[in-house]
Design a protein around this ligand. Structure first.
Ligand SMILES: NC(=O)c1ccc[n+]([C@@H]2O[C@H](COP(=O)([O-])OP(=O)(O)OC[C@H]3O[C@@H](n4cnc5c(N)ncnc54)[C@H](O)[C@@H]3O)[C@@H](O)[C@H]2O)c1
Length: 260
């Protein structure tokens, strides 16, 4: 199967670092013009250097996805520069939490503002462009926490579960316009967000024991899924929620297979 994304235009949010950066890089290497959105200028400058060195076309836009005016301006800038938006990846996310009785209202809001409202605002800004084109692919970052949440993760898990249901509704609404909308759930990919790689060995092992493949994932594993979902070959997949987590808890005790 040859995935051909040449000439397409993508927006990837939170693409300054981590999984988002790998998604943007992988799409760019496939010939996609990528507009990188992030709210940190230092990360955008770093991405600009990589794009210049590689000779990839694209844009870097400073934008906080929690702010409607900034989102509308960013999407408008991409539309003005390239005349279309074929692919939208809502990757920007934050994770913070505490047990419910100690969970500050501000922490609850922080998770929902970025993870859920940011995704909604971006989709609302891009949808009319995709409707006009009668084509488009939207992929929204949920999390394994939307499948099985962790103690202390109520705000994050609830905000990501909301992304899954939001994506299904939007898939229904944009189906008549040949626009697909899916959510995806990464799991166990060491990044600066979760600091897995810096945990003591015993704690790392405990987490790895939850995985069928018993190994950390790479940001590129998610990026490859996104490339497929963005391709013509994935035209019949919409309203789905796809798990990319090394088979986390595919069975109750995945480590049993390694012990026997
Ligand atoms: N790493 C994992 O194992 C894992 C697991 C489940 C879900 N996810 C999800 O994948 C996505 C990427 O995670 P990551 O581990 O690469 O995180 P990360 O913290 O390394 O990267 C997040 C990026 O989003 C940007 N960002 C945050 N808030 C923003 C805002 N308001 N506006 C614009 N940009 C903003 C940050 O500057 C950063 O560049 C997130 O949505 C996360 O919830 C990751």
């Amino acid at each position: 199967m040859l995935i051909d994304l040449k000439g397409k235009v993508a927006i990837v949010t939170g693409a300054g670092r981590g999984i988002g950066r790998a998604i943007a890089r992988t799409l760019a290497a496939e010939g996609v013009t990528v507009a990188i959105i992030d709210f940190r200028q230092d990360l955008l400058d770093d991405a600009a250097m990589e794009w210049t060195e590689a000779g990839w076309p694209g844009l870097r836009i400073l934008c906080d996805v929690r702010e409607a005016a900034q989102v509308n301006a960013a999407v408008g800038a991409v539309n003005e520069a390239f005349g279309r938006v074929d692919i939208l990846v809502n990757n920007a996310g934050v994770a913070s939490g505490a047990r419910v009785e100690k969970l500050a209202e501000a922490v609850w809001d922080a998770n929902f503002d970025t993870n859920t409202k940011g995704t909604f605002l971006m989709c609302q800004a891009v949808a009319p462009i995709m409707q006009r084109q009668a084509s488009g692919r939207i992929m929204n970052a949920a999390s394994f926490a939307a499948i099985i949440p962790s103690v202390g993760g109520a705000a994050y898990a609830a905000s990501k579960s909301a992304v899954v249901q939001f994506s299904r509704v939007l898939a229904g609404e944009l189906g008549p316009f040949n626009v697909t909308v899916n959510s995806y759930s990464p799991g166990m990919i060491p990044t600066e967000m979760n600091g897995f790689a810096k945990l003591p060995d015993a704690r790392q092992q405990r987490l790895l024991d939850t995985l069928t493949l018993r190994q950390w994932g790479n940001p590129e594993d998610v990026a490859n899924l996104i490339c497929f979902l963005a391709s013509d070959q994935a035209h019949y997949i919409t309203g789905a929620s796809i798990d990319c987590s090394g088979g986390k808890y595919a069975t109750q005790f995945p480590s049993a297979a390694y012990e026997s």
